[in-house]
Design a binder for this molecule. Structure first.
Ligand code: AMP
Length: 377
């Protein structure tokens, strides 16, 4: 496909904040967005040209949506295989359905990653309690048992510490099959967001460091405070994965750095990612612009960073209650997603704080710079 001309329409599946920020980036490039979502008054639809409100598996809606747009991408990955095939039979789908099928299924994902030469924690498929017992005998405890599909933000997983944990965890986690992973005693969690264009050009943002609270991303530090060799290994891994997938679009690669400095991939997401939100304010072209450029067939600029940054998520009612203070704090760059209801654990917005390149302060400096949001650093 040649480049999508201005005023063309990009179809985005999913109505959340990733779609909202992609749509804002698309608007700056002169495109319109049409959102497909189940949700009325979704964050993405609030800033878009058109919306189809429908279940993701309804063939009539999927067909009408595909016919109304010029190219299709995602901020939400869990569309059925049949739905993806239907969309792809009408308009270009980027990233390709084959990429989504891999990222939708942890077993397919891990086989693919290992086959592409990307290391992961040791793992084993689990279809039965017997198989779980065998897997634990091999991988040892502690270990993490996860659903293969539909898990996010720590949902659909259980930590196994003693043999007594096996049966209850196996019973509780659904749908089956499951996957057992060896527990990684990580020194740090890092990620790389990488874009690959229609012509195979690659632009990768710097390796960043992520800290979670209650399984939800809390803070991202850009760049990651790791040895150069570790950052380079993460970049090489992301590039290898993007190429092996023959990716067209954006991909986030989440990794663990273990105590020996080895980089292990935890999971991949073929879409904009929460750990790339810092790029909106610290880079000339954000992850959302890279997403839109890559799926629209536009040239990809280098993913340069003009500033160091810390991103802090605003989660649930407690963080939203701080909004007036956030707005009144110099240096905090606020982003709110337009969600009407601030439920516990719900991502409501985020804040970016920039620092001169090379000038990311230590913990105390960051705490100070985040003001009312700094207490958890
Ligand atoms: P996930 O849903 O796979 O992204 O996992 C959510 C979080 O759980 C990760 O960001 C880690 O903090 C933790 N986690 C997941 N898998 C492992 C593992 N194999 N070893 C240690 N921690 C893990």
């Amino acid at each position: 496909m040649t480049a999508l001309p201005p005023n063309a329409t990009i179809g985005l599946v999913g109505g959340g904040q990733l779609g909202r920020m992609s749509a804002l980036a698309a608007a700056r490039l002169g495109y319109r967005c049409h959102i497909l979502t189940r949700e009325v008054d979704s964050p993405a639809a609030q800033v878009s040209h058109a919306v189809t409100i429908s279940d993701y598996s309804d063939p009539v809606s999927l067909r009408a949506f595909a016919e109304a747009v010029d190219v299709i991408s995602f901020e939400f990955e869990n569309v059925s295989a049949e739905g993806l095939d239907l969309l792809a039979s009408i308009k270009p789908v980027r990233p390709a359905p084959s990429v989504l099928r891999i990222s939708q299924d942890r077993l397919a994902e891990k086989s693919f990653l290992n086959g592409a030469g990307a290391a992961t924690a040791p793992w084993a498929p689990v279809h039965s309690l017997d198989e779980l017992q065998e897997a634990v005998a091999r991988l040892g405890l502690p270990a993490v048992l996860k659903t293969t599909r539909l898990g996010y933000d720590g949902k659909g997983q259980a930590m196994l510490r003693s043999p007594d944990d096996l049966a209850p965890a196996f019973e509780r986690l659904d749908p089956k099959p499951l996957v057992l992973e060896g527990f990684v005693d990580f020194a740090m969690e890092i990620s790389v967001v990488i874009a690959r264009g229609v012509d195979g050009t690659i632009s990768a943002f710097d390796t960043v460091e992520n800290r979670h609270k209650a399984h939800i991303l809390d803070l991202t530090f850009a760049p990651a405070r790791v040895a150069e060799a570790v950052s380079a290994a993460a970049q090489a891994t992301a590039r290898r994965v993007a190429e092996a997938l023959d990716l067209v679009g954006l991909l986030a690669v989440e990794m663990f750095v273990d105590r020996t400095g080895r980089v292990l991939v935890n999971e991949i997401a073929p879409r904009p990612h929460n750990s790339g939100h810092w790029t909106i304010d610290a880079c000339p072209a954000s992850q959302f612009e890279m997403h839109i450029r890559s799926i629209a067939g536009l040239p990809l600029p280098p993913a340069v960073r003009h500033s160091d940054a810390v991103m802090k998520n605003l989660v649930g009612p407690a963080d939203v209650a701080l909004w007036p203070e956030i707005l009144a704090t110099p240096g905090l760059i606020p982003h709110l997603y337009g969600k009407a209801e601030a439920r516990e654990g719900r991502k409501m917005g985020h804040v970016n704080r920039l620092f001169p390149r090379g000038g990311l302060p230590g913990e105390f400096g960051i705490r100070d710079a985040l003001g009312v949001l700094g207490s958890d650093v």
